[in-house]
Design a protein around this ligand. Structure first.
Ligand SMILES: [Zn+2]
Length: 242
């Protein structure tokens, strides 16, 4: 019998044997213990369904310390929003340029391809670029949301553009509101459209049952390539501008 069972709590951080940081998280919707990588925070997260099972989640994470170290080292470098940087926009590459002055960012087509030009310096420059991406995300996602709502005979919803770390979007059927991560606007167009279809389909079914996926298929056809794309490349989008 153990007299001193360590007490763990939600949000607590531990250091693993190889120096990596492990954050503890209680998620009541989780069905089992799991470990995931938080690329932006540069740490691993141990997830347990209840506070009482956190100790088991920690033991599980410790048993996977090598895998965690490998995955954290494989994370892409951060991509600062500075002049000369190349960013993707709906899958197209876009070069960032500085114009001097204080003007807002605007997209210009040049013989060398699309260029995003903006005023501002340092953080002010980065903020203007990020604001441009957020505006474009809202425009694109509002349009695609309206198309999918129409297909399903659904009324309007309230749309928010956010910068969440752990999810690309969420839907609250009760409040008729949908939240999207602006970062999806850097993905290919079909992937960003998949996200809109994914959240709109939740107005019909809140779960991820076969019936739910049938609604998504009705909206965009085969959704598997887009889901795979997000899984494979999502981390890279989270490394932009951080
Ligand atoms: Zn979902």
């Amino acid at each position: 019998m153990k007299l001193f069972q360590p007490k763990y709590s939600d949000g607590q951080r531990l250091t693993l044997s190889n120096g990596q940081t492990l954050r503890l998280s209680v998620n009541r919707r989780a069905r089992r213990l799991s470990v995931r990588i938080d690329a932006r925070a540069g740490e691993a997260v141990a997830i347990a369904p209840t506070p009482n099972t956190l100790a088991q989640a920690v033991a599980f994470a410790r048993s996977r310390a090598d895998w965690i170290a490998e995955r954290l080292q494989a994370q892409p470098d951060t991509v600062p929003l500075i002049p000369g940087q190349v960013i993707t926009y709906l899958g197209r590459t876009l070069r960032l340029e500085a114009t001097g002055g204080a003007g807002a960012a605007r997209l210009c087509e040049t013989p060398e391809g699309p260029v995003l030009r903006s005023g501002g310096e340092g953080e002010a420059y980065a903020r203007r670029i990020e604001n441009w991406f957020k505006r474009e995300a809202r425009r694109f996602l509002e349009t695609r949301t309206a198309v999918h709502l129409n297909t399903l005979g659904q009324g309007p919803v309230r749309i928010s553009i956010v910068d969440t770390r752990s999810r690309w979007g969420s839907c609250s059927p009760h409040n008729r509101s949908i939240r999207y991560s602006w970062r999806v606007i850097m993905a290919p167009e079909a992937v960003a459209d998949y996200l809109a279809a994914h959240e709109v389909a939740h107005l019909v079914r809140a779960d991820h049952s076969p019936e739910y996926w049938a609604v998504v298929t009705r909206l965009i056809g085969d959704h598997r390539p887009m889901r795979r794309w997000l899984k494979d490349h999502g981390n890279a989008l989270h490394a932009v501008g951080t």
